[in-house]
Write a protein that binds this ligand. Structure first.
Ligand code: 3HC
Length: 654
C-alpha cells in the first residue's frame, strides 16, 4: 500500500475506499502548522477524489492529538488556523471518523468533535484542559462539546479541564463507540455507515440540562478558580452554546480565546507547564538506570507515614510499614485501612481495589520486617538523634543494594547518611502532608547520593503520581527555606503596621490557598518556635528579629489546635483577637515603630519579593537547579496560585 503524503507529518493510505489519515508529529502530535496544513490537504484529497467514500483520522504513537502547539502561542497565528481546519472537517461532504488511539486533548478533542463520528481505544483520554493554561478552548470546544453532552457536564469538563476516560466519554455522549478490538478496522467499518446519516456536531441542538444542574456545575468550577479568569469565561461560553447560534458562539469563543492567550495569567500558566517538563531534566542522570522498586518500606505510621503508605499502595507497590511495637503497628494499620476505606466510600477506589491494596500491606512492630524492602522511607519524629539511631540500625537490616530515604523537613540528610556504611544509598524524599494527596515531593540530593539512587527517588515520585523537584542540602530545602523568609517578612509587616487579618486577606485575594497567619495557626506554632530557640545562639544580633511569634508561644497560643494562635477560634472559625492586637502594639512600641497603613498590593508585593529574594539565594548556592523549580515548589506545596506563575516568574528571574 503506498502512502500519500499530505504534509511532513500527515500521511494517508487507502483501505476499502476509505482514506486512513495518520497524524505523526512526535512527541504528542500537537496540532502545529504542518499538521493543520496536512489535514486540509487530506480533506481536499478526500472530497476531490470520487473513488474515496470516507476518511478516518488517527494519531501515530501514544496520542491522537495532545492539543494545539503550545510553543506557537507566543507568536502570531499562522494559516490554516485550527478553527478553520475544524470547520473544514465538519463541512466535509464525505464523512470523517475520528479514531482516537490515545489522548485527545484541547485542540485534539476539538478536531475529534468536528468529525462526524468518534470511536476511541479503551485507554484513550479526552479533555479540554485549556483552563489549566489560562485559556478557553479556541477551536469550537465550548460550542460543540455541550451539543453532545448538555451544558452542565460541559461546564464541569471545560471549567475544570478534567480529562475523562473513553468509558465516561461514551456515557457523556462524546463518543459513539469504544473499540473492543482493532481500533482502525472498527473505525473503517463505522465510516462506511457514517455517510448514510451524517451528523454534524455543530448542527445539533444542545441536550437539556436543568438550571439547578447548570448552576451547581458553575458553582463548583468557580469555587476552585481562586482568582483565575478562564474558568468563568468557559462557563459563560458554554452557556452561550445553549442560547445562541453556532456562528455567534464560535465568534465569541474565538474573541475570548485570543484575548486570554495574551493575558498575564496565560503567560504564567504556560510558564508552569514548561517548568514542569523542565524539572524532569536533571543534570548527570542521562542514561542512568533507576534501581528496581517493588517493595517500599516505611518506618513510622503517624499521619505522614500512613499517607506515604496509602500513596505507595495506590501506585501498586507492596508496602512493609513498621512501628516501635506490635500495638503501635496495629494502630498504624487501622489508620491506613481507615484512609483506604474513606477512598472506597468516596468511590475513588472500588472493593477489588481496596482488597488488593490491603493484601499488599504488611505491618510489623519490628524493624527487621523491612529486610525485603527495595527502598525504606523513614517518617519518624523529626529529631536528629532518633533518625540517626534508626539509620544506623536500618543499615544492618536491609539488603546492601536497598535505598534509605529520609523524609526529614529540616535535618541534614548528609549527617544522617554518615551514620550508615554506604552514604551513597541515602537520599532525601520530602513528602508534604497529607502525603497521599499533595503532589509535591522534594528529592534531596546529598553530597554522596549515587546517581542511580537519585534516579530511583525520581522514578518513585513519578510512579506515586507526584511532581519531584530535585534540590541540594540546606536547612528546610527549597520550600521551607522560602517559607521561613515569607514568615519573617509577614511578621515584619505586622511590626510595620499591618494586622494578621489584613495580611491574610491580601494574600488570599492574591490567590494563596490560605493567608500566612491562618497557615501558621493550622500547622501549629511550636516547631518554628523550637527552631528559633535553637538558632538563637548563632543569630546575628544586627539582624532584624520579630518577637511577636515568641510571645504568642510563651502565652500558650500555639495555633488552631490550642483554640488560639494568631487568631482566636470560635466554632473552628478564625476571629481577630484583641489580645494579639495588644501584643503586636507592644512589640511596635518597644522598637519605636510608628505603624503605617498598607494596601493589599503593598502587602503582596513585599511578601512575594521576600520569597523571590530567598529564591535568588537558593539559586546562587546551587540548592535549586533553576528558578522555575522554585516556582513549582511554591505552587504545589505551599498553595501559591499557579496562575501567578510563582514568585520567581513574578520577579522576572529565569
Ligand atoms: N504543544 C507543544 N508541546 C507539547 C504539547 C503541546 N500541546 N503537549 C506536550 N508537549 C511537549 C512537552 O512540552 C514535552 O516536551 P519536552 O519533551 O521537550 O519536554 C513533550 O511534549 C512530552 O510531554 P509530557 O512530558 O507532558 O508527556 P506525557 O506523555 O507525560 O503527556 C500529554 C502527554 C498528556 C499530551 C501532556 O503533554 C499534556 O497534557 N499536554 C498538554 C495538553 C494541553 O494542554 N493541550 C491543550 C493545548 S491548548 C489548545 O489546544 C488550544 C485549542 O483550544 C485551540
Amino acid at each position: 500500500m503506498t502512502a500519500i503524503t499530505f504534509s511532513p507529518d500527515v500521511s494517508g493510505t487507502i483501505t476499502d475506499g476509505v482514506l486512513v489519515v495518520t497524524l505523526d508529529n512526535p512527541p504528542v502530535n500537537a496540532a502545529s502548522q504542518t499538521v493543520r496544513a496536512g489535514i486540509m490537504a487530506a480533506l481536499a484529497h478526500l472530497n476531490g477524489n470520487s473513488t474515496l467514500k470516507a476518511m478516518v483520522m488517527t494519531g501515530a504513537g501514544k496520542s491522537f492529538v495532545g492539543g494545539a502547539d503550545i510553543r506557537e502561542f507566543g507568536k502570531p497565528p499562522v494559516d490554516p488556523i485550527l478553527p478553520d481546519v475544524v470547520s473544514a472537517i465538519e463541512a466535509s461532504a464525505k464523512p470523517v471518523v475520528a479514531a482516537l488511539n490515545g489522548v485527545a486533548l484541547g485542540g485534539g478533542l476539538e478536531i475529534a468533535l468536528a468529525c462526524h463520528q468518534r470511536i476511541a481505544a479503551a485507554s484513550a483520554k479526552l479533555g479540554l484542559p485549556e483552563v489549566k493554561l489560562g485559556l478557553v478552548p479556541g477551536a469550537g470546544g465550548t460550542q460543540r462539546l455541550p451539543r453532545l453532552t448538555g451544558v452542565a457536564p460541559a461546564i464541569e469538563m471545560i471549567g475544570s479541564g478534567r480529562a475523562v476516560s473513553a468509558k465516561e466519554a461514551l456515557t457523556l455522549g462524546i463518543l459513539d463507540r469504544v473499540a473492543t478490538g482493532d481500533l482502525l478496522a472498527e473505525a473503517i467499518d463505522m465510516s462506511h455507515a457514517a455517510g448514510k446519516s451524517m451528523r454534524r456536531t455543530g448542527m445539533l441542538s444542545v441536550p437539556p440540562s436543568s438550571d439547578a444542574d447548570i448552576e451547581a456545575a458553575a458553582k463548583k468550577v468557580l469555587g476552585k478558580a481562586r482568582g483565575q479568569t478562564a474558568p468563568g469565561q468557559a462557563i459563560r461560553l458554554v452557556k452561550l452554546a445553549g442560547e445562541a447560534t453556532l456562528d455567534t458562539g464560535l465568534a465569541e469563543e474565538r474573541r475570548t480565546f485570543l484575548e486570554l492567550k495574551d493575558s498575564e495569567q496565560a503567560r504564567a500558566l504556560r510558564h508552569v507547564f514548561f517548568a514542569e517538563r523542565a524539572s524532569a531534566k536533571v543534570d548527570g542522570l542521562d542514561g542512568v538506570q533507576p534501581r528496581k522498586l517493588e517493595t517500599i518500606g516505611i518506618v513510622g505510621m503517624g499521619l505522614m507515614g500512613s499517607g506515604i503508605a496509602v500513596s505507595a499502595l495506590d501506585a501498586g507497590f507492596r508496602v512493609i510499614a513498621v512501628e516501635q511495637s506490635a500495638e503501635a503497628a496495629e494502630k498504624g494499620r487501622t489508620r491506613i485501612e481507615d484512609m483506604l476505606r474513606k477512598n472506597l466510600a468516596s468511590g475513588r477506589i472500588d472493593q477489588a481495589g481496596f482488597d488488593a491494596r490491603v493484601s499488599r500491606l504488611k505491618t510489623a512492630g519490628d524493624k527487621t520486617a523491612l529486610q525485603p524492602a527495595d527502598l525504606v522511607i523513614e517518617a519518624v519524629f523529626d529529631d536528629y538523634d532518633v533518625k540517626a539511631t534508626l539509620f544506623g540500625a536500618l543499615d544492618g537490616i536491609v539488603r546492601d543494594d536497598a535505598i534509605l530515604a529520609t523524609n526529614t523537613s529540616y535535618l541534614d540528610p548528609d549527617r544522617l547518611a554518615a551514620e550508615t556504611k554506604n552514604p551513597a544509598r541515602v537520599v532525601g524524599l520530602h513528602f508534604f502532608s497529607p502525603a497521599n494527596i499533595m503532589r509535591l515531593m522534594e528529592v534531596v540530593k546529598g553530597a554522596k547520593t549515587a546517581p542511580d539512587v537519585l534516579a530511583t527517588g525520581l522514578q518513585l515520585a513519578k510512579r506515586l503520581g507526584k511532581l519531584p523537584i530535585v534540590c541540594g542540602v540546606t536547612e528546610g530545602f527549597i520550600g521551607n527555606r522560602i517559607f521561613s523568609a515569607y514568615r519573617k517578612e509577614a511578621e515584619f509587616l505586622l511590626e510595620d503596621g499591618a494586622s494578621p487579618a489584613e495580611i491574610d486577606s491580601a494574600m488570599e485575594k492574591f490567590g494563596m490557598a490560605m493567608g500566612p497567619f491562618a497557615v501558621f495557626d493550622l500547622a501549629g506554632l511550636e516547631i518554628a518556635w523550637a527552631r528559633r530557640k535553637r538558632q538563637a545562639a548563632t543569630r546575628d544580633p544586627a539582624e532584624r528579629y520579630s518577637v511577636i511569634a515568641d510571645r504568642l508561644c510563651e502565652a500558650g497560643r500555639f495555633g488552631q489546635k490550642a483554640g488560639r494562635g494568631w487568631y482566636a477560634y470560635v466554632d473552628g472559625k478564625r476571629q481577630e483577637d484583641p489580645a494579639v492586637t495588644d501584643m503586636i502594639a507592644a512589640a511596635r512600641r518597644e522598637k519605636g515603630i510608628v505603624p503605617k497603613d498598607f494596601t493589599s498590593g503593598e502587602i503582596t508585593r513585599r511578601l512575594v519579593s521576600a520569597m523571590a529574594d530567598e529564591g535568588r539565594k537558593l539559586l546562587a548556592e546551587g540548592i535549586a537547579a533553576r528558578a522555575s523549580d522554585i516556582d513549582l515548589v511554591l505552587i504545589n506545596g505551599y498553595g501559591f496560585p499557579a496562575h501567578r506563575g510563582g514568585p520567581m516568574f513574578m520577579a522576572g528571574i529565569e
